[in-house]
Design a binder for this molecule. Structure first.
Ligand code: DP6
Length: 362
């Protein structure tokens, strides 16, 4: 278990007298081994391993403002420059839930301004980038105001821990490249409470691309949170936890050695398992569309025909994440344009790739 101390009790010694602002840009991430099912306070039932993206990001500015009295979190929340009540309420609840880990949240007023670099309603989960950017901003503020979180390790650990409490997958987005969340026997320092970076990676994997093929962009009929709930008492829950642990171990080996065939096998196995778990839960549901299935079949067939290392993954939705290596970019683009585009809603494809992690903009 990682040795972390997210619970510092740093407080403002004297009340704030002037505004202090910080800005972070944080990316989304795509899980290669999926987090599906949680327990306790937002702890995963199995380890997950993700690739941090670079294009799909949230940019958040948090400004700490003086306030008269201490008390529950006080915020003004803006999304794309406009007040946004629904998300604002969720953020307020979140801030109150983490205030014991960050007492300054009860001592200052916060103005939170946030914006996504990817279009709305593309089915890309924005909660990972959003909570990652927010948690990083909060940690920067705490560092500035209270002179804590001095080392990079302390800072990232706390940011990941807090991001997890907002949305599980967000804890992986504070790290560059490949991130592991969840205790894993062979990985010292891994933890259920926060994500750690996996740096022993063959250079080819840093050239991975993720073309997100938008099949459908309406609100999902079953949210991820509800999906996690359906793993409670799921008839295959025990086998799933075992499988995810094994897949993480195997993927770590494949990423290190550069074994692309093993990578493809594990990543597709995880995607199909995720959706199979949804279908076989109590009151089963299906988030794939016919086009999703058509595209999956075509990708697998094309891989056999061409021998090119390409595979798909899915998150909890119908859109395809087409994963391939930089050197095959042109052929993949041809595949998308010439063979898959009719199945993609309004030809919408977001070209993303393995990313370098969050950036502190101010
Ligand atoms: C299928 O992190 O969105 O994308 O913790 O309830 O916010 P909450 O869930 P969330 O779940 C992500 C599920 C997934 C797999 C993954 O990202 O590992």
């Amino acid at each position: 278990m990682a040795n972390i101390k997210p619970i510092n009790t740093a407080r403002l010694e004297v009340p704030l007298t002037k505004e202090v602002a910080v800005t972070w840009q944080a990316p989304s991430n795509i899980a290669l081994v999926k987090y599906w099912g949680k327990t306790g306070i937002q702890l995963p039932v199995n380890p997950s391993l993700s690739m941090t993206l670079s294009v799909a990001c949230t940019i958040t500015t948090v400004t700490a403002l003086p306030r008269e009295n201490e008390g529950p979190a006080e915020i003004d929340f803006y999304f794309d420059g406009k007040p946004e009540a629904d998300f604002g309420n969720r953020i307020e609840t979140y801030l109150n839930s983490i205030a014991s880990y960050m007492p300054i949240l009860n001592q200052v007023k916060l103005k939170i301004e946030t914006h996504n670099t990817f279009p709305h309603s593309t089915g890309i989960a924005s909660s990972a980038s959003a909570f990652s950017a927010l948690a990083l901003c909060l940690c920067s503020l705490e560092a500035k105001l209270c002179n804590v979180l001095i080392t990079e390790h302390e800072f990232r650990s706390k940011a990941s821990y807090l991001a997890r409490l907002g949305s599980g997958s967000a804890c992986r987005s504070v790290l560059p490249g490949f991130a592991l969340w969840g205790f894993t026997v062979s990985f010292p320092g891994s933890s259920d409470q926060l994500a750690v970076q996996t740096s022993d990676i063959h250079p080819d994997f840093y050239t991975l691309h993720d073309a997100i093929l938008i099949v459908h962009d309406e609100k999902k009929k079953v949210s991820s949170s509800e999906g996690h709930n359906r793993m409670i008492g799921h008839p295959f829950a025990k086998a799933r936890v075992k499988q995810a642990n094994e897949n993480v171990e195997k993927l770590l080996v494949a990423l290190k050695s550069g074994d692309k065939k093993a990578f493809i096998q594990i990543v597709e196995n995880e995607a199909l398992t995720l959706h199979a778990l949804m279908m076989t839960s109590k009151n089963g549901f299906m988030l794939m569309y016919p086009q999703t299935i058509d595209i999956i079949n075509r990708i697998q067939q094309w891989r056999l025909q061409t021998g090119i290392d390409v595979c798909f993954t899915l998150d909890a939705g119908p859109n395809i994440h087409l994963m391939f290596f930089e050197k095959d970019f042109e052929q993949i683009q041809k595949l998308i344009v010439e063979e898959l585009s009719l199945k993609i809603k309004q030809n919408r494809v977001i070209y993303d790739s393995c990313g370098k992690g969050p950036v502190n903009l101010a």
